[in-house]
Design a protein around this ligand. Structure first.
Ligand code: 0WE
Length: 272
C-alpha cells in the first residue's frame, strides 16, 4: 500500500489474512438463544474466521442452540452445568478429543434467583448469595483453569459484566455483588496468566433485551431511561457487544489485559 505522509511517499507492509480470527478456535459458554450476547459474540468471531465450540446449560436449551451451532458449522456442542465441577471436567476432556489447542473463551454466564432481583439487597439469603456468586463469578475461574492446558500458544478469556458492579442499580442487588467479584476475578486471573500470554478482560454492556433481561420488572423503562441519558442518546446494540468481543479475542487488543471495557453508549461516564 502506498500512502502520502507529509508529502513523502511511505511504503507500508500490510499482510492480507482471512480474517482477524483465522486459525483461531474457542469455546463459548452462555448461548441460550439467538438474542444472547454470547451468540452475537460468536457471530462476530465466526465472520472473522474463528472456529467455535459451545456448551449449553440444560436440556431445555438444546433445541435452541443446535440450529445456531449449525449456522457457524460448530464441531462441538455439549450440555454443561457450570455449577458442577465434574461436568466442566468432562466438557474439557471431550473438547481435547476434538481440538488439540484453543485460543479463546467467551464466558457469558450469570444466575441469581428471581426473588433476589426484585426485593431489597439486604434480604438476600446466604444460599441466594452463594448461588449468584458461584454461577456468575466463580465459573469464570473454573473454566479458565481447565482451559490452560489447551491454551498452548496463549489465548484470551472474555466475560460479560454490567454497571451494577460499580454503582447501585435498583433491583440488580446480589448480581451487582457477583459482577463486582467477576470484575475483580478478571484482574487476578489476568495477573496470574499474563506470563502464559493469556489475556483476561470483561465487557461491561449496557442493558440489552435478552432472555436474561426478560421478565425483569421495569426493564423497558430502564431502556428508555438509558436512551434519554446516555451520551449517544440510544441503547447499545448486541452486535456492538459482539464487535468488542472480536477486538478482545483478536490480536487487535494484544496489549490489553485485566480490563473492563464499557460498551454502553457512554452511560457509565455520567455523574448525574
Ligand atoms: O446480568 C444481567 C441479568 C442476569 C440475570 C437475570 C436473571 C433473570 C431471570 C441473572 N439471574 C436471573 N435470574 C432469573 O431468574 N443483566 C445485566 C440484565 C439485567 O438484569 C437486571 C437488570 C439488568 C440490566 C435485574 C435488575 C435490574 C437491572
Amino acid at each position: 500500500m502506498t500512502a502520502v505522509d507529509g508529502g513523502t511517499e511511505v511504503q507500508e507492509e500490510l499482510t492480507q489474512t482471512q480474517g482477524l480470527m483465522a486459525g483461531k478456535r474457542g469455546i463459548v459458554f452462555g448461548v441460550a438463544n439467538e438474542r444472547s450476547l454470547a451468540w452475537y459474540c460468536s457471530k462476530a468471531l465466526y465472520e472473522q474466521g474463528a472456529e467455535l465450540a459451545f456448551t449449553y446449560q440444560g436440556e431445555a436449551l438444546e433445541k435452541r442452540i443446535m440450529p445456531l451451532a449449525a449456522k457457524v458449522k460448530s464441531p462441538f456442542v455439549e450440555m454443561c452445568d457450570l455449577g458442577k465441577d465434574d461436568q466442566i471436567d468432562a466438557v474439557f476432556q471431550k473438547l481435547e478429543k476434538t481440538w488439540d489447542s484453543i485460543d479463546f473463551i467467551i464466558h457469558a454466564v450469570a444466575f441469581a434467583h428471581k426473588e433476589d432481583l426484585e426485593g431489597h439487597f439486604v434480604d438476600t439469603s446466604r444460599a441466594g448469595f452463594a448461588l449468584a456468586l458461584d454461577v456468575s463469578a466463580y465459573t469464570l475461574t473454573a473454566v479458565t483453569k481447565r482451559a490452560l492446558p489447551l491454551m498452548k500458544k496463549g489465548g484470551t478469556v472474555t466475560t460479560l459484566t454490567y454497571y451494577g458492579a460499580e454503582k447501585v442499580v435498583p433491583h440488580y442487588n446480589v448480581m451487582g455483588v457477583a459482577k463486582a467479584a467477576l470484575e475483580a476475578s478478571v484482574m487476578y486471573l489476568a495477573s496470574d496468566l499474563g506470563e502464559k500470554n493469556i489475556r483476561v478482560n470483561a465487557i461491561s454492556a449496557g442493558p440489552v433485551k435478552t432472555l436474561a433481561a426478560m421478565g425483569i420488572a421495569g426493564f423497558r423503562d430502564m431502556l428508555k431511561f438509558v436512551e434519554s441519558k446516555a451520551p449517544l442518546k440510544r441503547n447499545v446494540e448486541a452486535a456492538e457487544v459482539g464487535k468488542t468481543a472480536l477486538y478482545l479475542a483478536s490480536d487487535l487488543s494484544s496489549g490489553v489485559t485485566g480490563e473492563t471495557i464499557h460498551v454502553d453508549c457512554g452511560y457509565s461516564i455520567l455523574g448525574m
